[in-house]
Design a binder for this molecule. Structure first.
Ligand code: AHR
Length: 318
């Protein structure tokens, strides 16, 4: 079902309806096709996000064309081009990185296919290239991490930062929010920062390098749970106790992260909500029908201490 039906499409739709003996043609014509390009499968958060989108599409009766970009922008651009060629009704994607989208989004615009950004935003001067953004306020997540640190350390504190994928919105924004808050505390210093690509193996590798270069690390600020879990492995392998010798702050609050928090290996988690599927499908239906939608829709998120994680775990959906 295209968003705006032209006269030819209306005639074709009418003919299909008239010819169909069991109404199946009508049903097919009314089904919305959504082309969705996912970042990859780099983290527990991403798995929960993918499951939420697939389940919500099924529940809403939306035909989901799904592709996994394996954390490569070129794969996403290719996927978007193939959705344009297939003439899907709506394209949605979670951009691997913030920049470099204008050309392909212009192609979608020229083909009159509305685009929804989900989870991660893009950096473009032309906001007519997409209908809306649905996701988190990553800068605020970084601030929450910084606020916990500021409230919980009293003197000289050396922080190492495990950054998400270079150029990705959550990596840029979580750094920005955190730095903004600790700027008022000259005794808190980020002594090293490196890209762990949002993966557990990346987090472990970078943490091992941090431990080789520094013997005075007090705190790890990890842009997601998975890298934090990798850092725990590296800290334990170095004969240190995570959560005690080195405090750990992460973002996401997925099951494995929450379990590590409840056990005391992580000290604080800022939630990033991956359950965007139902809201995304509502937006897909709205933009496919040519309705106006808000330019930015943010999801609600909280934070967790070890005690709060223990209480929340039995009900946690992801
Ligand atoms: O864009 C959301 C981030 O991407 C999540 O925090 C992280 O786990 C994922 O890879």
């Amino acid at each position: 079902m295209k968003r705006l039906l032209g006269p030819v499409a209306v005639i074709v739709l009418a003919a299909a309806t008239a010819c169909g003996s069991n109404g199946s043609s009508t049903t097919d014509d009314e089904t919305i096709t959504l082309g969705f390009s996912q970042v990859g499968a780099e983290s527990g958060w991403r798995t929960a996000n993918t499951e939420s989108i697939q389940q919500a599409a099924e529940d809403a009766g939306i035909d989901l064309q799904f592709s996994d970009a394996q954390q490569k922008q070129e794969n996403q651009i290719q996927a978007i081009r193939s959705y344009i060629q297939q003439d899907v009704d709506v394209i949605a994607f979670s951009p691997v990185v913030e920049t470099g989208w204008d050309a392909v989004l212009l192609e979608a615009q020229r083909a009159d296919i509305p685009v929804i950004l989900t989870d991660r935003a893009i950096d473009s001067d032309d906001d007519s290239l997409y209908e809306t953004f649905l996701g988190s306020d990553f800068v605020e997540e970084g601030r929450k991490a910084g606020e916990w640190l500021v409230d919980n350390v009293e003197d000289e504190t050396n922080v190492v930062e495990l950054q998400g994928t270079t150029g990705a919105a959550p990596a840029i924004d979580r750094n920005e929010g955190f730095e903004e808050v600790i700027a008022d505390r000259p005794d808190i210093e980020i002594i090293d920062t490196q890209d762990g690509d949002f993966t557990r193996s990346g987090g472990k590798e970078v943490m091992e390098a941090f431990l080789r270069s520094h013997d005075d690390i007090d705190v790890v600020y990890s842009h997601n749970d998975d890298m934090g879990l990798g850092a725990i492995e590296a800290i334990q392998a170095a004969g240190l106790e995570p959560g005690e010798d080195i405090q750990i702050i992460t973002v996401d609050a997925v099951q494995a992260g929450m379990e590590a928090l409840a056990e005391g290996d992580i000290n604080f988690i800022v939630e990033c909500n991956p359950l965007l599927g139902d809201q995304l499908m509502e937006l897909v239906e709205q933009v496919a029908a040519g309705e106006e939608v808000s330019a930015r829709i943010e999801v609600e998120e909280t934070t967790f201490t070890p005690e709060e994680a223990e209480a929340a775990l039995p009900e946690r959906q992801y």
